[in-house]
Design a protein. Structure first.
Length: 342
């Protein structure tokens, strides 16, 4: 009897196991690693032992798929990553080896991150975090306020990166009566105009915006693009929101800017490093709202992403191209082409 193809779920985020059952029902052997909510990243040697014989891997949310890992997996056809960012996967090495890298930018996840970004913007401007703490401490009367809460109506919001998530942020913000400006070197004026935004240079966006919200991938171009110089261009009344990747922001520079009052506050779903040091000044500032890299982690989205990643892995084993492929140039020469396993 021919052995069933092996799919390894390296770092699952499926507490119900529904996606694992979905894989098994398709006729593959399923090996499940640790839950994604385990904080520590699996050491490289342990990850290698887990995935060495895999025909497809589902994961990449926390574990790093380095060149060494990929080179040591001779049967591997696909790494199907739940979520959008693939910065923990060596895409270049995978492409060289004929391995498909798939992700899951499904509409539900895109909308969920956009909603989280907007929630952070509103929470910062209305000072929900310090006001909640004040209420719990008995500071109930309005006269105790310092007048620093503000309306979003009439403000200018700068969207850095208008791909799927950035465009949804624009759509969600439009009814608030804001002026939307955006910067993205890979988009044109017509693309921005479709969602009511005007493209402007990065420096102009920083200087004009009352809120700067970040929606870019982690690349060499975007790493620490929000540094001391960029923060210095922002208004002292402006807010920074980051729901993309922690490395996009220079953390020490952000701490300095907040402590010096060079910007009014920050909403951070992602940080550098993750998890942050509990002694980090960012965690002690009332002007900072922090969540735990969880912008797309609503119950329905988690389920849909895990099933989408499972379907991407199954497609590769059937000899098909997954719906979302990060390295499409590999498809004509992908590993196992013309040799379906299912």
């Amino acid at each position: 009897m021919t052995a069933r193809p092996l799919v390894v779920v390296a770092d699952t985020m499926d507490p119900t196991g529904e996606s694992h059952e979905h894989l098994a029902a398709a006729g593959v052997e399923v090996v499940v690693g640790r839950p994604l909510w385990d904080v520590a990243e699996l050491p490289e040697d342990e990850l290698l032992d887990l995935v060495r014989d895999a025909d497809a891997v589902v994961g990449g949310g926390r574990e790093r798929f380095t060149r060494r890992i990929l080179e040591s997996c001779p049967r591997l056809r696909c790494v199907a990553k739940y979520g959008i960012g693939t910065d923990r996967i060596d895409d270049d090495a995978a492409t060289e080896m004929g391995i498909v890298v798939a992700n899951t930018p499904i509409p539900q996840a895109v909308r969920s991150v956009a909603e989280h970004a907007v929630a952070m913007i509103l929470g910062l401007m209305r000072k929900l975090q310090p006001l909640g703490a004040r209420a719990r401490a008995g500071g109930w009367r309005v006269v105790a306020l310092d007048g620093s809460t503000d309306d979003l109506f009439g403000k200018t919001v700068g969207v850095v990166g208008i791909g799927r998530i950035g465009r949804d942020v624009c759509r969600l913000l439009a009814p608030f009566g804001v002026t939307l400006i955006a910067t993205d070197p890979y988009r044109d004026d017509a693309w921005a105009a479709e969602v009511g935004a005007t493209l402007v240079p990065f420096d102009e966006l920083l200087a004009r915006s009352d809120v700067v919200t970040l929606h870019v991938p982690a690349t060499t171009e975007t790493t620490r693009m929000i540094d001391a110089e960029a923060l210095g261009r922002m208004k002292p009344t402006a807010y920074l929101v980051n729901t993309c990747r922690g490395v996009v922001v220079d953390t020490p520079a952000l701490v300095d800017a907040l402590q010096a009052g060079h910007i009014a506050g920050a909403g951070l779903d992602v940080m550098d490093p993750e998890p942050p040091d509990l002694a980090s000044p960012l965690l002690a500032l009332d002007s900072v709202v922090v969540t735990t890299h969880i912008a797309s982690w609503t119950g329905p989205v988690v389920r849909a992403q895990m099933l989408a990643a499972a379907d991407a892995a199954l497609a590769s084993l059937r000899g098909e191209a997954p719906e979302y492929v990060v390295n499409p140039e590999v498809l004509p020469r992908r590993r196992g082409l013309g040799e379906p396993l299912l």
